[in-house]
Design a protein around this ligand. Sequence first.
Ligand code: GLA
Length: 355
Amino acid sequence: MLKLILNRALLLLPGLFWVIGANGQAAGNKGLKDYYAGYFPVGVAVTPALLRDPAAQALILQHFNSLTPENAMKMGPIHPEENRYYWNDADAIVDFAQQHGLKVRGHNLCWHQQTPAWMYRDKDGGLVTKEVLLERLKQHIYAVVGRYKGKIYAWDVVNEAVADENDKVYRNSVWYQLCGDDYILKAFQYAHEADPDAILFYNEYGTENPQKRDRVYRLLKKLIDAGAPVNAIGLQAHWNLTDPTNAQITDAIKLYASLGLKVQITELDMNIYGHNDKEAMAYTPEIEQKQTERYGQVFKLFRENKQYITGVTFWNLSDRSSWLDNFPVKGRKNYPLLFDQDLQPKKAYQSVVTF
Ligand code: GLA
């Protein structure tokens, strides 16, 4: 009898070994975060609803060790009225992360979009003064950063403050119209006061385009020279199949790093459409192949620059739903991520984890 039991156990052993793996890790469940353990955390932008979906939740826990709230911490959603904060969604994401041991990137504290209407206005509907706006910004940052102190390791403090036009550095936002560029420095100071341990980011798109890159550099240099507690730059990385080039990405990373800043890829996706495409296209094997190669190349480049890169985050989980399905053309389906509409890994996934 004993012999029989022993024989059975021996038969089962190899299967057990495969499931648990040599290092205690579920080998069949190896995910992005495991392949990149020696490089950087791998993150994903999420909503509370996505975290409640069992299939999405399983995929997230397999592949990612960092979360960014897609919208829940933006000023409009989290601070809809002057004396009212809406914490539920942001809390749900932070609680989930705490429960599962994931990092959280806070996103974002000051932006020209998704700002609540009350922020800029006095009680008669006129624009507030610079002093009032900066005081409101301070109270906002103290409240939000203070609430998650010790639970959020990095904050996108200012988002997209640089102009798209080549002849000026600063975007002509209401923030800029009312405060000049002082609001940028102030936002970093307030965030640092609220949580001195948080890593503070300036986050921007188009950061690899040589002209915009040099304007972003000027903004950062000015901030650093003024003593702002800015530690890192977030390259949003809303890229497509041809733009930016690999050389542009590498040059940008090195240029920002030369200021002593760390770099994170904060909103990565690989649009199948070019900037000027208007019509919907089929996601053909040729397009998928191009995208696969491109994902492989950019992750190779991230690995080669691991001394500067402290995180890579995808903007959305799978091709089931991406913000690019509605931008810039409403309802035009896109396929920009590593997982398909059935949450299965695409060829692009293989190109990212094979090295
Ligand atoms: C910018 C913002 C993100 C998000 C995307 C579009 O990149 O930083 O928060 O809104 O646009 O979804």
